[in-house]
Ligand binder design. Structure first.
Ligand code: NDP
Ligand code: 8X3
Length: 265
């Protein structure tokens, strides 16, 4: 889309799943003139993805892989000042990095897992948002830019075995809603996309690398693909400047809530 031409886009958690697909989808949609900053902890994977993107769309998209652990406030603080000058004028932030650890119920949840989820999904997302708002506020008369937060159905309702993850995504949802109001006198758009079940590394991470347990989550169903969500992210970013896709809930066809799934016997 012409509307994305010339933009600088950051995707957090671009090494896998929805973030990776989102990076590729931005490049495909605006192959002529785009700057993409791919961030995650796994730098080697980001470098490979940058190569894949270049191979597919050519040199019109400038891709910069940057190692960044968003759960570390000092890394987020240093992130924008350390970008090459021609990548610092960020237009779009996709706050996608996030994770779930375990299925333990309250009383048995590991402290370490609580911290990891909170520091990544909540503190990390907030710190990234604050960093980019510094840039957005300087643009135009009142400020301009897009913040696209990946929430979850888990932020709209709790489910057993997901209390901390659900709480983190509920925090994302309320933070998003509040800052949309705070920024109402600006041209900054605040967008939330809430996926239902998407097959990515999400469940593998949840079960500490146990692929067999992860596969069970998707038994008898056809989950969304990360590309399905990537399309909605790029759609939202590509709307005319006055249009805000404030909030989108996206399910696969078999899903009716965080826990209601129709499984083929
Ligand atoms: P993946 O596990 O495939 O991808 C998660 C990404 O987040 C990875 O690129 C990972 O990169 C990155 N990440 C994790 N921790 C950090 C960190 N501390 N700093 C920087 N990057 C980090 O899962 P998904 O693609 O499914 O998840 C993407 C988002 O979508 C998450 O916010 C998730 O909560 C949300 N979501 C997922 C759903 C699903 O069913 N899959 C449904 C609804 C929402 P690395 O390990 O290299 O750092
Ligand atoms: C991931 C979806 O509800 O399966 O956000 O945990 S859920």
């Amino acid at each position: 889309s012409k509307r994305l031409e010339g933009k600088t886009v950051i995707v957090t958690g671009a090494s896998s799943g929805i973030g990776k697909s989102t990076a590729v989808e931005f490049a495909r949609t605006s192959p002529k003139n785009l700057k993409l900053i791919l961030t995650a902890r796994r730098l080697d994977t980001l470098k490979q993805i940058a190569e894949e993107i270049k191979k597919e769309v050519g040199e019109g998209v400038k891709v910069l892989p940057v190692q960044l652990d968003i759960s570390k406030p000092d890394q987020v603080r240093a992130f924008i000042p350390n970008l090459p000058k021609d990548f610092q004028d960020i237009d779009v932030l996709v706050n996608n990095a996030g994770l779930v650890k375990g299925v333990e119920k309250a009383g048995d949840i590991k402290e370490e897992d609580i911290d990891t989820m909170m520091l990544t999904n909540v503190t990390g997302l907030i710190n990234m948002t604050q960093a980019c708002l510094q840039v957005f506020r300087k643009r135009g008369k009142s400020g301009q830019g897009d913040i696209i937060n990946i929430g979850s159905i888990a932020g709209r309702m709790g489910y057993p075995g997901g209390s901390i993850y659900c709480a983190t995504k509920a925090a994302v949802r309320t933070f998003t809603e509040a800052i949309r109001m705070e920024l109402i006198a600006t041209r900054i758009r605040v967008i939330e996309i809430d996926p239902g079940q998407v097959e990515t590394e999400f469940s593998v991470v949840r079960f500490g690398g146990d692929k067999a347990k992860a596969d069970k989550v998707y038994e008898g169903v056809t989950p969304l693909t990360p590309d399905d969500i990537a399309e909605t992210v790029v759609f939202a970013a590509g709307r005319p400047e006055n249009v805000v896709i404030a909030d989108m809930l996206v399910y696969p066809n078999h899903q009716g809530s965080a826990t209601v799934m129709h499984r083929k016997p």
